[in-house]
Write a protein that binds this ligand. Structure first.
Ligand code: ATP
Ligand code: MG
Length: 303
C-alpha cells in the first residue's frame, strides 16, 4: 500500500529529521509507529501525506508517487493530525461536507451520519467547533479524516488528551476499519494501544527506523515472564542447591522469583521439583508478562 524508499528530510534550518527511511506498509495492516518525542514520526507521516517534501527518496501510496501523482495518492489518504486544526466557526456537519468536497467527491449525508454516530458526535452535528471540548474536537478530527473513505488512515497520536471513553471508541473505530480492509498507520505514546491494535510495530529514533517487526514475534522474542512463588515460610536466603539461572529471592524473603524468556524451554518443572526436594512449600503463585512498553523502553535505551 505504501512504499518508502531512501527517504531523507533535512528541514530548512539544517535539521536532519529523517535518515534513509525504507519501509513497506502492507494493504490492510495496522502499523504502529513508535518513538520518543522528536523521533521523526510526524515528519514521516507528513512526508507520506504530502505536507512535507522529502529532501530525497521516493514514496508511493497505492502505487501512486506522492509527488508526480499527488492527486491520486492523496485521494487514498485520511489524516488525523497531531495538532488540532479546525475551522472554529464551522459546525461539525459543515466540517464534514467541506472536507469531502476537497476530494471532489459527491456529498454523502448517509456516510457522515454513520461516521458521526460511530464517534458519538451525532448530537453535536449542528454545534460550532468552538463550542466543543478538546476531546470532542479530537473526535471531529477523526470523523473528518474518514469523509473521503480513505484506503489508508493516518492517526498521529489520536488519543493524546482524550478520556477513557474516546480511547475505547477510537480503538473500536480502528478495528472496524481494519475489518473493512483499511490500512491504518498509528503513532501513539500509549503503548498498550499499539499492543492491542497493531499487526506490526516500527520503532523510530533520531530519524532512523531502528526496527520493524511483527508485534507477536517481537513480544515473543523480547518478552520475559516472571513467575513469583509466595512462600509459606519466610526465607533468609535462597537454599544453596537452587542454582538455576534467573531465580532469586524477593527482598522481604516472602517470594521466590523466576524470570524466564517466553516461549522457551522454561525450566519451571525442574525449579518446582528442586524446591520440593529442598522442602520449600508455597501458598500461591503469580505470573507476569512484560508489555510492549517495557520492550520499547529497553530497545530505545539500547540505541
Ligand atoms: N518545520 C521544521 N523545521 C525544523 N525542524 C523541524 C520542523 N518540523 C519538525 N522539526 C524537527 O524534527 C524533529 C522530528 O519532529 P517530529 O515532529 O517529526 O517528531 P515526532 O516523532 O512526531 O515527535 P512527537 O512525539 O513529539 O510528536 C524534531 O527535532 C523537530 O524539532
Ligand atoms: Mg509527532
Amino acid at each position: 500500500m505504501i512504499e518508502i524508499t531512501g527517504v531523507n528530510k533535512t528541514y530548512s534550518n539544517g535539521f536532519v529529521a529523517l535518515k534513509d527511511v525504507n519501509l513497506t506498509i502492507n494493504k490492510g495492516e495496522v502499523f504502529a509507529l513508535l518513538g520518543p518525542n522528536g523521533a521523526g514520526k510526524t515528519s514521516l507521516i507528513s512526508a507520506i501525506c504530502g505536507l512535507v517534501e522529502p529532501t530525497s527518496g521516493t514514496i508511493t501510496v497505492g502505487g501512486f508517487d506522492t509527488r508526480k501523482d499527488y492527486r491520486q495518492a492523496r485521494s487514498l489518504i485520511g489524516l488525523v493530525p497531531q495538532e488540532l486544526f479546525l475551522e472554529i466557526f464551522e459546525t461539525v456537519w459543515s466540517t464534514m461536507t467541506y472536507a469531502r468536497g476537497f476530494f471532489g467527491k459527491k456529498d454523502d449525508p448517509a456516510l457522515y451520519e454513520q461516521i458521526l454516530k460511530d464517534l458519538s458526535l451525532w448530537d453535536k452535528k449542528d454545534t460550532k467547533i468552538q463550542a466543543l471540548s478538546g476531546g470532542m474536537k479530537r473526535r471531529v478530527l477523526i470523523a473528518r479524516a474518514l469523509t473521503n473513505e480513505p484506503s489508508v488512515l493516518f492517526l498521529d497520536e489520536p488519543t493524546a488528551g482524550v478520556d477513557v471513553e474516546l480511547r475505547r471508541e477510537m480503538l473500536e473505530v480502528v478495528k472496524n476499519l481494519q475489518k473493512r480492509g483499511t490500512t491504518v498507520i498509528l503513532t501513539t505514546h500509549y503503548i498498550e494501544e499499539a499492543e492491542e491494535l497493531a499487526d506490526r510495530v516500527g520503532i523510530i529514533s533520531g530519524g532512523e527506523i531502528k526496527l520493524v517487526e511483527n508485534k507477536v514475534d517481537l513480544m515473543k522474542r523480547m518478552g520475559h515472564k516472571t513467575l513469583s512463588l509466595n512462600l509459606e515460610n519466610k526465607l533468609d536466603a535462597l537454599p544453596t542447591d537452587i542454582t538455576q539461572e534467573g531465580v532469586s529471592l524477593s527482598k522481604d524473603g516472602t517470594k521466590i522469583l523466576y524470570s524466564y524468556k517466553t516461549g522457551s524451554n522454561s525450566g519451571i518443572t525442574s525449579l518446582l521439583s528442586n524446591l520440593k526436594n529442598a522442602g520449600i512449600a508455597f501458598e500461591d503463585l503469580d505470573t507476569e508478562q512484560s508489555s510492549l512498553e517495557e520492550i520499547f523502553v529497553t530497545l530505545v535505551n539500547q540505541q
